[in-house]
Design a binder for this molecule. Structure first.
Ligand SMILES: [Zn+2]
Ligand SMILES: [Zn+2]
Length: 258
Protein backbone atom coordinates (compact mmCIF):
# COMPACT_ATOMS: atom_id res chain seq x y z
CA UNK A 1 0.00 0.00 0.00
CA UNK A 2 1.17 3.56 -0.73
CA UNK A 3 0.39 6.49 1.54
CA UNK A 4 1.01 10.19 1.80
CA UNK A 5 1.32 12.11 5.05
CA UNK A 6 2.11 15.74 5.66
CA UNK A 7 4.93 17.21 7.69
CA UNK A 8 5.33 20.69 9.04
CA UNK A 9 8.99 21.52 9.57
CA UNK A 10 8.08 24.33 11.93
CA UNK A 11 6.54 21.84 14.34
CA UNK A 12 9.01 18.97 14.04
CA UNK A 13 12.44 19.11 12.45
CA UNK A 14 12.11 15.92 10.41
CA UNK A 15 14.94 16.96 8.08
CA UNK A 16 17.53 16.86 10.88
CA UNK A 17 16.00 13.70 12.36
CA UNK A 18 16.39 11.97 8.98
CA UNK A 19 19.98 13.12 8.77
CA UNK A 20 20.75 11.80 12.21
CA UNK A 21 19.00 8.42 12.15
CA UNK A 22 17.90 7.78 8.61
CA UNK A 23 14.33 7.34 9.89
CA UNK A 24 11.63 9.13 11.85
CA UNK A 25 9.28 7.65 14.44
CA UNK A 26 6.02 9.17 13.33
CA UNK A 27 2.68 9.32 15.06
CA UNK A 28 0.68 6.51 13.43
CA UNK A 29 -2.76 7.53 12.33
CA UNK A 30 -3.51 4.76 9.81
CA UNK A 31 -3.29 0.98 9.60
CA UNK A 32 0.13 0.66 8.03
CA UNK A 33 1.74 -2.68 7.32
CA UNK A 34 5.48 -3.19 7.41
CA UNK A 35 6.74 -2.57 3.86
CA UNK A 36 4.13 0.06 2.98
CA UNK A 37 5.49 3.13 1.21
CA UNK A 38 4.85 6.50 2.83
CA UNK A 39 5.58 9.69 0.90
CA UNK A 40 6.02 12.80 3.01
CA UNK A 41 4.47 16.01 1.80
CA UNK A 42 6.13 19.08 3.34
CA UNK A 43 3.87 22.01 4.08
CA UNK A 44 4.73 25.68 3.54
CA UNK A 45 7.08 27.01 2.31
CA UNK A 46 7.80 23.80 0.32
CA UNK A 47 4.32 22.53 -0.59
CA UNK A 48 5.75 19.45 -2.26
CA UNK A 49 6.58 15.80 -1.64
CA UNK A 50 10.21 15.63 -0.51
CA UNK A 51 10.69 12.18 1.04
CA UNK A 52 9.93 8.60 0.20
CA UNK A 53 9.97 6.27 3.19
CA UNK A 54 9.09 2.67 3.97
CA UNK A 55 7.31 1.46 7.10
CA UNK A 56 9.90 -0.51 9.04
CA UNK A 57 7.89 -1.04 12.23
CA UNK A 58 4.35 -0.17 13.18
CA UNK A 59 2.25 0.09 16.35
CA UNK A 60 5.24 1.11 18.46
CA UNK A 61 4.64 2.76 21.82
CA UNK A 62 6.35 5.92 23.01
CA UNK A 63 8.69 3.71 25.10
CA UNK A 64 9.96 2.01 21.96
CA UNK A 65 10.78 5.06 19.89
CA UNK A 66 13.98 7.09 19.78
CA UNK A 67 14.15 10.16 21.99
CA UNK A 68 13.54 12.88 19.43
CA UNK A 69 12.17 15.48 21.84
CA UNK A 70 14.93 17.91 20.82
CA UNK A 71 13.50 18.04 17.30
CA UNK A 72 10.09 19.18 18.47
CA UNK A 73 9.68 22.92 18.32
CA UNK A 74 6.24 22.81 19.86
CA UNK A 75 6.47 20.87 23.11
CA UNK A 76 2.70 20.47 23.64
CA UNK A 77 2.42 18.65 20.32
CA UNK A 78 5.25 16.34 21.34
CA UNK A 79 3.54 15.51 24.62
CA UNK A 80 0.16 15.07 22.96
CA UNK A 81 1.61 12.41 20.66
CA UNK A 82 3.16 10.34 23.46
CA UNK A 83 0.06 8.33 24.37
CA UNK A 84 -0.53 7.09 20.84
CA UNK A 85 1.04 4.61 18.45
CA UNK A 86 4.05 5.24 16.24
CA UNK A 87 5.41 3.88 13.00
CA UNK A 88 9.09 3.92 12.10
CA UNK A 89 9.50 5.43 8.63
CA UNK A 90 12.85 4.65 7.09
CA UNK A 91 14.11 7.11 4.50
CA UNK A 92 14.51 5.65 1.01
CA UNK A 93 14.91 8.78 -1.07
CA UNK A 94 14.80 12.52 -0.73
CA UNK A 95 14.29 15.00 -3.49
CA UNK A 96 13.42 18.63 -4.04
CA UNK A 97 11.73 19.23 -7.36
CA UNK A 98 8.96 21.50 -8.60
CA UNK A 99 7.47 18.47 -10.33
CA UNK A 100 6.27 17.24 -6.96
CA UNK A 101 4.53 20.46 -5.97
CA UNK A 102 0.91 20.33 -4.89
CA UNK A 103 -0.55 21.53 -8.21
CA UNK A 104 1.11 18.64 -10.07
CA UNK A 105 0.02 16.13 -7.44
CA UNK A 106 -3.52 17.35 -7.88
CA UNK A 107 -3.28 16.86 -11.66
CA UNK A 108 -2.42 13.23 -10.92
CA UNK A 109 -5.35 12.63 -8.63
CA UNK A 110 -4.59 14.03 -5.17
CA UNK A 111 -7.69 15.82 -3.84
CA UNK A 112 -5.99 18.47 -1.70
CA UNK A 113 -2.91 19.01 0.45
CA UNK A 114 -2.93 16.00 2.80
CA UNK A 115 -3.79 16.47 6.46
CA UNK A 116 -3.81 12.96 7.88
CA UNK A 117 -2.60 9.87 5.98
CA UNK A 118 -4.06 9.49 2.48
CA UNK A 119 -3.98 6.29 0.45
CA UNK A 120 -2.56 6.83 -3.00
CA UNK A 121 -3.85 5.50 -6.29
CA UNK A 122 -1.30 3.83 -8.56
CA UNK A 123 -1.23 6.66 -11.07
CA UNK A 124 -0.11 9.18 -8.46
CA UNK A 125 2.47 6.85 -6.89
CA UNK A 126 3.95 6.18 -10.31
CA UNK A 127 4.14 9.87 -11.08
CA UNK A 128 5.89 10.58 -7.77
CA UNK A 129 8.35 7.71 -8.24
CA UNK A 130 9.39 8.98 -11.65
CA UNK A 131 10.28 12.37 -10.16
CA UNK A 132 11.92 10.96 -7.05
CA UNK A 133 15.00 10.54 -9.21
CA UNK A 134 14.70 14.02 -10.57
CA UNK A 135 17.97 15.53 -9.49
CA UNK A 136 18.17 17.50 -12.68
CA UNK A 137 14.95 19.19 -11.63
CA UNK A 138 16.57 21.40 -9.03
CA UNK A 139 19.73 21.99 -11.05
CA UNK A 140 21.67 23.09 -8.04
CA UNK A 141 24.15 20.38 -7.42
CA UNK A 142 25.26 18.19 -10.29
CA UNK A 143 27.19 15.71 -8.16
CA UNK A 144 23.93 14.19 -6.99
CA UNK A 145 23.22 12.98 -10.49
CA UNK A 146 26.52 11.17 -10.78
CA UNK A 147 26.50 7.72 -9.21
CA UNK A 148 30.18 7.45 -8.38
CA UNK A 149 30.04 10.46 -6.12
CA UNK A 150 32.55 12.49 -7.98
CA UNK A 151 32.33 15.43 -10.23
CA UNK A 152 34.58 15.68 -13.22
CA UNK A 153 35.39 19.37 -13.07
CA UNK A 154 37.18 21.34 -15.75
CA UNK A 155 40.28 21.42 -13.64
CA UNK A 156 40.26 18.54 -11.25
CA UNK A 157 38.18 15.63 -10.09
CA UNK A 158 36.19 16.65 -7.02
CA UNK A 159 35.30 13.99 -4.54
CA UNK A 160 32.24 15.03 -2.60
CA UNK A 161 30.91 13.55 0.60
CA UNK A 162 27.38 12.71 1.63
CA UNK A 163 26.88 16.09 3.29
CA UNK A 164 27.67 17.85 0.07
CA UNK A 165 25.32 15.53 -1.80
CA UNK A 166 22.39 15.76 0.58
CA UNK A 167 19.62 17.80 -0.98
CA UNK A 168 18.28 18.78 2.45
CA UNK A 169 21.62 20.13 3.58
CA UNK A 170 22.09 21.90 0.27
CA UNK A 171 18.72 23.58 0.41
CA UNK A 172 19.27 24.82 3.94
CA UNK A 173 22.77 26.06 3.21
CA UNK A 174 21.48 28.00 0.21
CA UNK A 175 18.55 29.56 2.01
CA UNK A 176 20.93 30.62 4.76
CA UNK A 177 23.98 31.69 2.74
CA UNK A 178 22.61 32.51 -0.70
CA UNK A 179 24.16 31.35 -3.98
CA UNK A 180 27.27 33.52 -4.29
CA UNK A 181 30.59 31.68 -4.17
CA UNK A 182 32.11 32.25 -0.72
CA UNK A 183 35.60 32.24 -2.16
CA UNK A 184 35.47 34.40 -5.30
CA UNK A 185 32.00 35.97 -5.03
CA UNK A 186 30.85 34.60 -8.38
CA UNK A 187 27.10 34.39 -8.94
CA UNK A 188 25.90 32.21 -11.79
CA UNK A 189 22.75 34.13 -12.52
CA UNK A 190 24.69 37.41 -12.77
CA UNK A 191 27.22 35.83 -15.08
CA UNK A 192 25.06 33.54 -17.23
CA UNK A 193 21.57 34.98 -16.86
CA UNK A 194 18.48 32.87 -16.27
CA UNK A 195 20.18 29.55 -16.98
CA UNK A 196 22.49 30.13 -14.00
CA UNK A 197 19.71 30.84 -11.53
CA UNK A 198 20.15 28.92 -8.26
CA UNK A 199 23.18 27.04 -9.54
CA UNK A 200 25.99 26.56 -7.04
CA UNK A 201 28.03 23.79 -5.45
CA UNK A 202 28.00 23.11 -1.75
CA UNK A 203 31.25 22.44 0.08
CA UNK A 204 31.48 20.76 3.45
CA UNK A 205 34.23 22.38 5.52
CA UNK A 206 34.64 19.79 8.28
CA UNK A 207 37.36 17.22 7.48
CA UNK A 208 35.75 13.77 7.27
CA UNK A 209 38.30 12.25 9.65
CA UNK A 210 37.16 14.68 12.35
CA UNK A 211 33.57 13.57 12.10
CA UNK A 212 32.33 11.26 14.83
CA UNK A 213 29.35 8.92 14.78
CA UNK A 214 26.97 11.40 16.34
CA UNK A 215 27.80 14.21 13.96
CA UNK A 216 24.87 16.17 12.56
CA UNK A 217 25.77 18.63 9.85
CA UNK A 218 25.40 22.25 10.89
CA UNK A 219 24.28 23.96 7.70
CA UNK A 220 25.13 27.42 9.06
CA UNK A 221 28.76 26.70 9.87
CA UNK A 222 29.77 23.49 8.14
CA UNK A 223 28.48 24.05 4.61
CA UNK A 224 29.32 26.86 2.22
CA UNK A 225 28.27 27.70 -1.34
CA UNK A 226 31.19 27.69 -3.77
CA UNK A 227 31.52 27.82 -7.54
CA UNK A 228 32.84 24.67 -9.27
CA UNK A 229 36.28 26.18 -9.91
CA UNK A 230 36.85 27.22 -6.31
CA UNK A 231 35.31 23.91 -5.22
CA UNK A 232 37.88 22.01 -7.25
CA UNK A 233 40.69 24.03 -5.64
CA UNK A 234 39.33 23.34 -2.15
CA UNK A 235 39.58 19.62 -2.89
CA UNK A 236 43.16 19.91 -4.10
CA UNK A 237 46.12 19.64 -1.77
CA UNK A 238 49.06 22.00 -1.58
CA UNK A 239 52.10 20.84 0.39
CA UNK A 240 50.05 17.86 1.52
CA UNK A 241 47.13 19.84 2.92
CA UNK A 242 43.85 21.33 1.85
CA UNK A 243 43.34 25.08 1.93
CA UNK A 244 40.51 26.46 4.01
CA UNK A 245 38.01 28.49 2.02
CA UNK A 246 39.15 31.80 3.55
CA UNK A 247 42.79 30.97 2.83
CA UNK A 248 41.86 30.37 -0.78
CA UNK A 249 39.89 33.63 -0.84
CA UNK A 250 42.87 35.54 0.59
CA UNK A 251 45.12 33.89 -1.96
CA UNK A 252 43.11 35.00 -4.98
CA UNK A 253 42.49 38.45 -3.51
CA UNK A 254 46.23 38.99 -3.01
CA UNK A 255 46.81 37.77 -6.52
CA UNK A 256 44.42 40.36 -7.90
CA UNK A 257 46.09 43.19 -5.97
CA UNK A 258 49.58 42.40 -7.23
ZN1 LIG B 1 34.39 30.72 -6.73
ZN1 LIG C 1 33.71 20.17 -1.35
Amino acid sequence: MNWMISANGKMYDHATAFQKWGFVDWRQRANYSVGDIVYIYCTKPFKRVMYKTVVEQESMTSQEIVDDSMYWNIKEEYEKALGGKYARLKLIQQVDTEKLELNHLIEYGLKAAPQGPVRLKDELSKYIDIHMNDYAGNGVFPETAIPNNYYEGAVHKVTVNKYERSSIARQRCISYNGTNCFVCGMNFEEKYGAIGKDFIHIHHVVPLNEIGKEYVVDYKNDLIPVCPNCHAMLHRKINGKYLKWDELRDLIENDRDS
